[in-house]
Design a protein around this ligand. Structure first.
Ligand SMILES: Cc1cc2nc3c(=O)[nH]c(=O)nc-3n(C[C@H](O)[C@H](O)[C@H](O)COP(=O)(O)O)c2cc1C
Length: 196
């Protein structure tokens, strides 16, 4: 069954009570002009939003930020948000500054309903790029690495790589390489466990 609203893959930036920034990919949806974020517990983003009441959602086509967040790299320079205490990506196409309006708690996946209090467009949308979509798909697989069979990852990577080979630019190749390295490291660690 189709979803009532699309899910958009974005970068959510939050801060903790000390002001330390946290940058994470999240699939968000819009509902009645509200941005809905649904983090699986435990989540630093969830904790940050509950303690500060704010977040920023960044719409970026720089897929290195997705791959970098998952592989613990510091990519994506941050600048101060305009109307909330927090940050947005400097090089984002657009961003929305959010305030928590309603929290629906759940043991597994609570929902945060957030009001848009400021939004801005910084760069134009250039069109779809298949390599960017492929990096996002691989990033989703990497975020579930511990729960997925190796065979599924190998098969999907082989298919996604076609789009990388045909349509990637420098940023997509770099992001793909980081994710590939994370997968290889995970397999090496699993093999070592099996040998030990
Ligand atoms: C494209 C993409 C979308 C994601 N969407 C979600 C999401 O909706 N909810 C979630 O809990 N994790 C999502 N993840 C995984 C998180 O980015 C990652 O697991 C992270 O650890 C979330 O926890 P944090 O708030 O502690 O950083 C997504 C990952 C990717 C690559």
């Amino acid at each position: 069954m189709p979803l009532e609203t699309n899910i958009y893959e974005t970068i959510v930036t939050t801060i903790d009570v000390q002001g330390v920034a946290h940058v994470t990919p999240f699939g968000i949806r819009m509902q009645d002009d509200l941005v809905v974020i649904s983090p699986f517990k435990p989540s630093t983003t969830l904790n940050n939003i509950l303690s500060t009441q704010h977040a920023v959602v960044n719409m970026t086509d720089d897929v290195r930020v997705f791959a970098g967040a998952l592989t613990h790299r510091h990519v994506g320079e941050l600048v101060k948000a305009e109307q909330v205490n927090g940050y947005r990506l400097a090089n984002t196409l657009a961003h929305k500054e959010l305030k928590l309006l309603r929290f629906e708690d759940d043991d597994i996946r609570p929902q945060l309903f957030m009001q848009v209090i400021h939004e801005a467009q910084h760069q134009p949308f250039l069109g779809f790029n298949r390599a960017q979509a492929a990096v996002i798909e691989l990033a989703v697989l990497v975020s579930r690495l511990k729960r997925l069979p190796m065979e599924k990852i190998t098969q999907e990577m082989a298919y996604l790589k076609i789009a990388i080979e045909k349509t990637a630019g420098r940023r997509e190749l770099e992001a793909w390489g980081w994710l590939e390295e994370a997968i290889n490291n995970h397999w090496a660690a699993m093999n070592n466990e099996n040998i030990a």
